[in-house]
Design a protein around this ligand. Structure first.
Ligand SMILES: NC(=O)C1=CN([C@@H]2O[C@H](COP(=O)(O)OP(=O)(O)OC[C@H]3O[C@@H](n4cnc5c(N)ncnc54)[C@H](O)[C@@H]3O)[C@@H](O)[C@H]2O)C=CC1
Ligand SMILES: Nc1nc(=O)c2c([nH]1)NC[C@@H]1CN(c3ccc(C(=O)N[C@@H](CCC(=O)O)C(=O)O)cc3)CN21
Length: 276
């Protein structure tokens, strides 16, 4: 089984929800949305870290107000025992401060921490709605000496993720690739979220593709099970980054795990606890 990390959104009440449903040994990654800001990501990360979880805050470059804020964040990470962050450009149209993209944030983090902070960066197996594929590849090549791994944007197609990992190798990017996979969330919610983040067309394409693809989207909930199985059968992927969208509930009994694909999310959440 792949090592698995669970991405959560720092919504109100999430700390109690995580505490109730997710094993303490799990690695969690904490989204940074433009309307939340980084402070909320950091506050929730520090709280969960204090409870004993391994937490990876997302630092959206465009949401950082100034360099002093970044040094504050690094100090908070240090005090909380947080040794890894995920550095992303961010969805804010206009940067709040001096950082327009991930690279200068990675550079400052490396400088402030003497290279001790591990940092993930994003990869796009299906491209990006507004940034050209070559620009994204250039950016990855520029960032790789400061990064420890790549996490892929949500994608619904195993061959596309594997091809992307192979492309990175050919282009000289040797970082481990974690596959970004949507968790078991209600289908209508997934379609809305995928559209919002610019991967809606791949999801719609999937829904027209064939019996297996249709099965993924049939019923009330998306199931990541066939996608994860498709990745597991091939080399090239370091682990699963599960976009849970905070659907951490519905932990079934053990008997349900082997046969029910919708039970995969709880299985992955339990599996995530074995990453360490
Ligand atoms: N994959 C993920 O998990 C997430 C992806 N994003 C999206 O990813 C974009 C790029 O972030 P990274 O992959 O870290 O690339 P990056 O920050 O390394 O930048 C790569 C290229 O995209 C441009 N860019 C970055 N943010 C932009 C924006 N908001 N609008 C227009 N151009 C932008 C940069 O100027 C650069 O040419 C974000 O702006 C956002 O749309 C945001 C949050 C999470
Ligand atoms: N472009 C982009 N931006 C992102 O923020 C992002 C990606 N891509 N790809 C992977 C994940 C998925 N992300 C998301 C996207 C939307 C919600 C979401 O639930 N949005 C709710 C608001 C939640 C809240 O405010 O508490 C919504 O209704 O918009 C969560 C995580 C974060 N990441």
């Amino acid at each position: 089984m792949f090592p698995t990390r669970i991405e959560i959104i720092p919504s109100t009440g999430i700390v109690d929800q995580v505490r109730a449903l997710v094993p303490l040994t799990t690695t969690l990654t904490m989204t940074c949305l433009p309307h939340h800001g980084i402070e909320r990501t950091m506050r929730t990360s520090v709280e969960l870290s204090a409870l004993g979880y391994t937490v990876i805050p997302h630092l959206a470059a465009r949401s950082i107000h100034d360099r002093a804020e970044l040094t504050r964040i690094m100090r908070e990470c240090d005090a909380a025992g947080i040794g890894e962050v995920f550095v992303i450009g961010g969805d804010r149209k206009q940067p709040a401060g001096p950082y327009g993209s991930a690279l200068p944030v990675l550079e400052d983090i490396a400088q402030y921490t003497g290279g001790r902070m591990r940092a993930g960066v994003a990869g796009y197996p299906e491209g990006h709605p507004t940034v050209a594929a070559l620009d994204l590849l250039d950016a990855l090549q520029d960032k790789q000496h400061l990064a420890t791994h790549v996490v892929t944007q949500m994608c619904f197609d195993a061959p596309k993720i594997l091809d992307f990992a192979a492309l990175l190798r050919r282009e000289g990017v040797d970082l481990p690739v974690w596959a970004g996979v949507a968790g078991s969330v209600p289908r209508t919610k997934l379609v809305a979220l995928a559209t919002q983040i610019g991967v809606g067309s791949s999801l719609k394409f999937l829904s027209r593709k064939g019996p297996l693809a249709r099965k993924l989207l049939s019923g009330d909930r998306y199931s990541p099970h066939p996608l994860v199985a498709g990745l597991e059968s091939q080399p090239g992927i370091a682990g699963i980054h599960l976009y849970s969208f905070n659907n951490l509930d519905a932990v079934p009994n053990e008997a349900g795990l082997a046969s029910s694909p919708t039970a995969l999310q709880p299985a992955l959440i339990r599996g995530a606890a074995r990453e360490q």
